[in-house]
Ligand binder design. Structure first.
Ligand code: 13P
Ligand code: SF4
Length: 312
């Protein structure tokens, strides 16, 4: 069976759209109708007019699509496509933690569950976090969750003193400063580009820091020809498509192996995309109350991002 042809047929039959994140396998990226970072995917999901959204990404992203466009059927290729950051911040524990900070504004990174979002004042992604934090007036104190490294990066960027939840991304904390520096010595002309979920020491040597979309744009526009890419290497597929003559070196971990794949993102396969479209499952379902309460902080983020308002 030709999976790609079958997926195309099913997509028509189901009136479906395929949204995919840059960390998906190349073959999934290539069949997607829309590719993006977390923010762009949330906006795209909100605007979808098709009946079915096949979300090739991780669970919190598909859940966000359901919250923003609840009348659509949202399916994900694998329910095991989780996220270590979302897992680090279960809503009941977060609620207890927040009791210590009753007057604080709660800024949550989109990499969290719907229930954790519902406890937040506003959501942000790695591409709009600075802008979101800057909308909070100086007289307010801030709790930031769940990514500790992104939080620390934002404290430096915004000058705001935030209380940080101590979650981490299993992929971005494994990059090795020593190995990156070794690569830089071998190729001094290469630029180091990194995602803000990396540790502070790694970020301190980066020439550019940004979300996946921003990293792709930077590598597209830079006059440099060689890049050490310090994020999940799935992004390199688009970088190579845009500039095939450039060289992109995936950053290594401590053992020198450039094998920092996100195990959750890689749960999705082309075959599971086909099955999800055929069977319309696994489906993302949420209680209407939770959709309502988690939608408010997301809506606030979209308004700040100039990403448009939501249908009421
Ligand atoms: P982006 O929003 O930059 O695509 O990041 C998503 C993510 O999960 C990074 O690990
Ligand atoms: Fe979560 Fe990290 Fe995977 Fe992104 S790369 S989905 S933050 S575990």
């Amino acid at each position: 069976m030709n999976l790609i042809e079958e997926i195309k047929k099913l997509k028509k039959q189901r009136h479906a759209v395929i949204l995919a994140h840059y960390y998906q396998e190349s073959e999934i990226q290539d069949i997607a109708d829309f590719l993006g970072d977390s923010l762009a995917l949330a906006v795209a999901a909100q605007k979808c007019t098709q009946d079915v959204i096949l979300f090739a990404g991780v669970h919190f992203m598909a859940e966000t699509a359901k919250i923003l466009n609840p009348t659509k059927t949202v399916v994900i290729p694998s329910m095991n496509a989780g996220c270590s950051l979302a897992d680090s911040c279960p809503a009941p524990e977060f609620e207890k933690f927040l009791k210590n900070y009753p007057d604080y504004e709660v800024v949550s990174y989109i990499n969290c569950t719907a229930a954790t979002k519902a406890l937040s004042t506003v959501i942000c992604t790695s591409s709009n976090a600075e802008k979101v934090i800057n909308t909070i007036t100086k007289d307010k104190k801030i709790v930031f969750a769940p990514d500790y490294n992104l939080g620390r990066f934002l404290i430096k960027k915004t000058g705001r003193d935030m209380v940080l939840w101590k979650g981490t991304c299993v992929v971005h904390i494994t990059f090795s400063l020593k190995e990156i520096q070794k690569l830089k010595l071998e190729s001094p002309q290469a630029e180091i580009i990194a995602h803000p979920e990396c540790e502070e020491t790694v970020l301190s040597v980066a020439d550019f820091i940004g979300s996946t979309t921003k990293l792709i744009h930077y590598a597209t526009e830079s006059s440099h020809k060689k890049f050490i890419v310090v994020t999940e290497p799935g992004v390199i597929h688009q970088m190579k498509k845009i500039n095939p003559d450039n060289e992109y070196i995936p950053a290594p971990n401590d053992s020198g192996c450039a094998c920092n794949l996100c195990p959750y993102m890689k749960e999705n396969t082309l075959e599971k995309v086909y099955l999800a479209l055929r069977d319309l499952k696994p489906e993302i379902t949420l209680e209407p109350d939770l959709i309502e309460s988690s939608r408010k902080p997301l809506q606030r983020m979209l308004e700040i991002s100039g990403a448009g308002t939501l249908p009421s």
